[in-house]
Design a binder for this molecule. Structure first.
Ligand code: BES
Ligand code: ZN
Ligand code: ZN
Length: 483
């Protein structure tokens, strides 16, 4: 499906169907169609179909970016069952023109996502084109260039999110660490500017990545360390993303109860997000050097499984007492963060579905932002708000740090208290961040929003690509700031 900007008024655009947005605040639009709305008992909430005139009225709650994304999503979703090829629409512009157009494209794009690989009957939409006219709902004027930049950015972001969602939604039977490595290599085949290196268990042994290897031990599949890289022209900054790629987390010997194990195919969401991010970075031609370090493995049970009571010597040389094998993500990340710091990043961001505690604390819609640099965390938070993702800064403190001390090793992989688990997990990772990178590091716990058991707003059931839009928007923000 294509989204096109048309430099004409809505009446001059030809299409099978038309969208008309009804702004919640403005009675004016309601008055324009007074008789029809009276007949339909429509007061401007949700959608109202006028099939005789081939148009759909869609509620626009306001001009915030989320309102724009939701309105376009709702419109396309409401029409997906109709046998139409093209839809035309007015444009809706909030405070920034480029971002508003990006939001229109994101809303349309998200409405188009489907994971139906395992459905015998695939209901596919006939829609081929969405035409967005230069006619703005409040007659705002803007340039064609801004509209095109925004639409392009939104389409790239939506496609990157689809890519990430497909990885996360894929079943654990198919999506093994080897499959993740294949997908990463395919990225490098499709985009000539991406390089992909895949490292096997022998390399991990040589690199002394014993924490990562321990998690993998009882799996039928070998682990993979995946390194994707891209260097844009004039790149002055190096950003390294590290992704938790647990293709399945059974909990290991500290086995998860049955109903908590369900959805743990989504424990690869951090790695999948990092892959989506680099795809978007390349398509947007960002003038940055970007690397992704992905730790791909399963966490399973068996006679050779790593055990609570084990002590592991990580790549950084820090010894770790294993008190719970279900706190495996931080073990994989500890070694991946170590590897990532050897690349000498200017900015280091890890993405992980790390803790259930983060979901308990912040709810299912919000990611946790952690790190040592107040300005960096706050800056990231401000960008996340505009990106369409909810995030919240969780602050470290020395008292929580006390809780991950071990009596027999340098650190314990679990906290001695049941409270504050998202932050103690962040503090565990901090132990593996070298002094010179302390202020350059952000930890994003995406456990809440990564996988949705119930659709909400413009997100469908299943993977949501949490992390992709906020990180790409942050990179765009970095470039603008340093211009
Ligand atoms: N992958 C889970 C965290 C998770 C929970 C992600 C719910 C998404 C939804 C992680 O590996 C885990 O199991 N963490 C434990 C840590 C605990 C044993 C210290 C948790 O959060 O319970
Ligand atoms: Zn776990
Ligand atoms: Zn996990």
């Amino acid at each position: 499906m294509k989204i096109e900007f048309v430099e004409k008024d809505l009446n001059a655009v030809k299409a099978d169907f038309e969208l008309i947005f009804i702004e919640a605040k403005s009675r004016k639009q309601l008055n324009n169609y007074k008789d029809f709305f009276k007949l339909m008992n429509y007061k401007g909430e949700g959608v109202c179909l006028d099939s005789a005139n081939k148009r759909l009225f869609v509620e626009l709650k306001g001009l915030n970016y989320e309102d724009i994304r939701l309105a376009f999503f709702t419109a396309i979703k409401s029409l997906e069952r109709l046998n139409i090829k093209s839809i035309k629409s007015q444009s809706v512009v909030g405070s920034c023109v480029v971002r508003s157009f990006a939001c229109m494209a994101e809303g349309i794009g998200f409405a188009n996502y489907k994971f139906n690989r395992y459905k015998s009957e695939k209901k596919s939409s006939t829609l081929e084109r969405v035409l967005i006219s230069k006619e703005e709902i409040n007659a705002k004027k803007f340039s064609k260039e801004e509209a095109l930049i925004g639409l392009n950015r939104g389409e790239i972001l939506a496609k990157a999110c689809h890519f990430t969602k497909d990885i996360v939604n894929e079943i654990p039977q198919i999506y093994t660490p080897l499959k993740m490595a294949e997908d990463a290599q395919d990225l490098a085949k499709i985009y000539k500017s991406i390089t992909c290196k895949v490292y096997d268990e022998k390399f991990l042994e040589k690199e002394k990545m014993n924490a990562f290897l321990a998690v993998n031990r009882a799996s039928a599949y070998p682990p993979r360390l995946i390194h994707l890289s891209y260097k844009g022209k004039n790149a002055k900054q190096k950003v390294v993303f590290v992704g938790k790629g647990l293709t399945y987390d059974s909990g290991g010997l500290s086995l998860k109860p049955a109903d908590y194990m369900l959805t743990m195919k989504a424990d690869k969401s951090g790695a999948a997000a990092a892959m989506g991010i680099i795809k978007a970075v390349v398509e947007l031609n960002l003038e940055l050097e970007v690397h992704c370090i992905l730790g791909a493995t399963e966490n399973m049970i068996g006679g050779n499984a790593y055990k609570p009571d084990d002590v592991l010597i990580s790549r950084e040389g820090v010894s770790i007492e294993v008190r719970n094998t279900d706190a495996e993500g931080r073990l994989v990340l500890a070694d991946c963060l170590s590897f990532a710091q050897d690349l000498k990043p200017d900015l280091l961001i890890d993405l992980a579905t790390l803790t259930g505690a983060c979901v308990v604390g912040l709810g299912e819609f919000t990611s946790g932002i952690m790190g040592n640099n107040e300005n960096l965390k706050n800056e990231f938070y401000e960008v996340s708000k505009k990106s369409g993702e909810y995030a919240c800064v969780l602050h470290f403190n020395p008292h929580l740090r006390e809780l991950i001390k071990s009596k027999i090793a340098d650190i314990s992989n679990t906290s001695s208290s049941r409270y504050g688990g998202a932050i103690t997990a962040g503090l565990f990772l901090d132990k593996f961040i070298r002094e010179e990178y302390k202020d350059k590091w952000l930890h994003l716990d995406i456990a809440g929003p990564a996988y949705l058991e119930k659709a909400w707003c413009y997100h469908s059931y299943g993977a949501s690509a949490a992390g992709v839009r906020m990180c790409v928007n942050f990179l765009i923000h970095l470039l603008r700031k340093n211009k």
